[in-house]
Design a protein around this ligand. Structure first.
Ligand code: SAH
Ligand code: SF4
Ligand code: F3S
Length: 467
């Protein structure tokens, strides 16, 4: 017998698979919130789901191609569901949906619904239309209204650490990047809306909030007094919320790192000493060709100022190797910058030509083998820096926020202020608590620690020296 999907009382299974950045993670949570009133409850496997959403990423070719192979697998599941008399709806959301909607319609007829990052607040209506329609329903507009005004209050709180999108889109147009095209132009949510969402998160047990934006430090949301608030002002406002112990933000652009934000790192206890500040390259020629609009020395000076304000800050970054025209000397400049700055963690990628971006048609594309060698050389240095950073914290006592129960019996996993994962023997009652932990061992990706005696002094974070 065919199930009647228009009956709002029926429990339905929703499977969401998320690719890409933290903003997609946030959006996936909001999609679940939007669909809950229609009877959709989250499930952790696509088999037997009534609605599958792939929330996709277009940043590099590999990320986009993953979506098409997943759709191939889903086609089989959809056919199996149909044989049992069930209709499985398949939706593609996120940046691939935005960038390739027409191509996707042609290439993957299995898709019932294509929705962009700025229109997913219309999902309930689109899902209803997809049930009635024979072809794919498509909504990839950049509407005048903000989706944030149409989203229900956050419900899907998952543990003591939460993401909160405060800014979206980008007007910087780095020549390699698709984000300005997939997410649209820069937009900041009003400060009051952000503060209200943060208070709700804290009331449901959240202790740490990571503010999100493709260019989060370009935040300039309308303030309560009518004047815009900067990210620094917003952080001071959030720091007043009782129970909110930790504030982080990501991703930042070097050009938007203003004095007030740097000062906040020295003044706001809840603002964690970790900063993801992508530089992409250490060569001024390449930075110019990328349209980053700063030099390698601008970035070095910026790091000096940030470290003056907060000496123990853990630096993180993003790098692209093999950007068109990158010579051996340009690449050597990147290695030099990495050595000068020293990172606690970093992400590095081979340049991937993205359709529609200016760099993709530049004459001097770098051969794949050269990119592979450069990536390996860069990652060797970055990995060594990460290990050194982790080892430098061994022997310290650090406040750890326990975020989840570990896989081993009696084990909890938490994070230090510097965003290192720490495995500690502790009971599940520690979930959501911040407790002093003595860091006893380190490897590349994580640390081990022991709960310090409750009377133990918490070491001042600035006692950590990075080698
Ligand atoms: N807004 C952030 C970055 C967002 S994209 C910023 O300005 O730094 C995340 C990272 O993906 C980028 O920092 C960059 O390192 C990488 N990236 C973006 N486009 C890429 C491309 N075409 N090829 C390879 N890496 C890319
Ligand atoms: Fe992309 Fe970031 Fe550059 Fe914007 S600032 S175009 S998101 S890399
Ligand atoms: Fe990817 Fe879109 Fe985020 S392209 S990195 S999901 S903004």
């Amino acid at each position: 017998m065919k199930r009647h999907h228009s009956d709002p009382r029926l429990p339905r299974k929703l499977y969401i698979k998320t690719y890409g950045c933290q903003m997609n993670v946030y959006d996936s949570g909001r999609m679940a919130d939007l669909l809950a009133p229609l009877g959709y409850a989250a499930t952790d496997a696509p088999e037997g789901a009534d609605l599958v959403i792939l929330n996709t990423c277009h940043i590099r070719e590999k990320a986009a191609e993953k979506v098409y192979s997943e759709l191939g697998r889903l086609r089989i599941l959809k056919e199996e569901s149909a044989e049992r008399g069930n209709q499985m709806l398949i939706a593609v959301a996120g940046c691939v949906a935005q960038a390739e909607s027409e191509e996707m319609r042609r290439r993957a007829p299995v898709v019932d619904l294509i929705v962009g990052p700025q229109t997913y607040h219309r999902l309930p209506e689109l899902v209803a239309r997809a049930h009635r329609s024979t072809g794919a329903v498509l909504d990839t507009e950049f509407p005048a209204e903000s989706k944030f005004d149409h989203l229900p209050d956050t419900q899907a709180v998952d543990g003591p650490s939460a993401f909160l999108s405060v800014q979206e889109g980008c007007d910087k147009f780095c020549t390699f990047c698709v984000v300005p095209y997939t997410r649209g132009s820069e937009f900041s949510r009003p400060a009051q809306a952000v503060l209200a969402e943060a208070r709700r998160l804290v009331a449901s047990g959240v202790r740490e909030i990571t503010l999100l934006g493709q260019n989060v430090n370009a935040y300039h949301g309308e303030g309560p007094e009518g004047r815009d608030w900067s990210l620094a002002r917003l952080i001071y406002g959030l720091a007043e919320i009782d129970g909110l112990a930790r504030i982080r933000y990501t991703t930042s652009h070097p050009r938007d790192m203003d004095d007030a934000l740097i000062k906040a790192h020295g003044e706001v206890d809840a603002l964690m000493p970790y900063l993801h500040l992508p530089v992409q390259s250490g060569s001024d020629t390449i930075l110019k060709a990328m349209n980053r609009r700063h030099t390698a020395d601008d970035y070095r000076h910026l790091i000096d100022r940030i470290r003056n304000a907060r000496p123990d800050i853990a630096m993180s970054g993003d790098f692209i190797v093999g950007f068109p025209g990158e010579s051996d000397l340009d690449f050597a400049d990147t290695l030099k910058l990495v050595t000068d700055v020293t990172y606690a963690s970093a992400f590095s990628f081979k340049y991937s030509a993205r359709p529609g971006t200016p760099a993709s048609t530049a004459g001097q594309q770098v051969p794949e083998a050269v990119k592979t060698d450069r990536l390996a050389a860069l990652q060797q240095i970055l990995d060594a820096q990460q290990v050194a950073f982790n080892h430098a914290t061994v022997g310290c006592q650090a406040p750890v926020l326990f975020e989840r129960i570990g896989r081993r019996q009696g084990q909890m996993v938490g994070r230090t202020p510097w965003l290192q994962a720490v495995y500690v023997e502790a009971g599940p009652e520690m979930l959501g608590q911040i407790a002093p932990v003595t860091l006893v061992g380190a490897n590349a990706k994580s640390l081990t620690g022991t709960l310090a005696s409750p009377a133990g002094e918490t070491a001042h974070p600035t006692t950590v020296q990075v080698a």
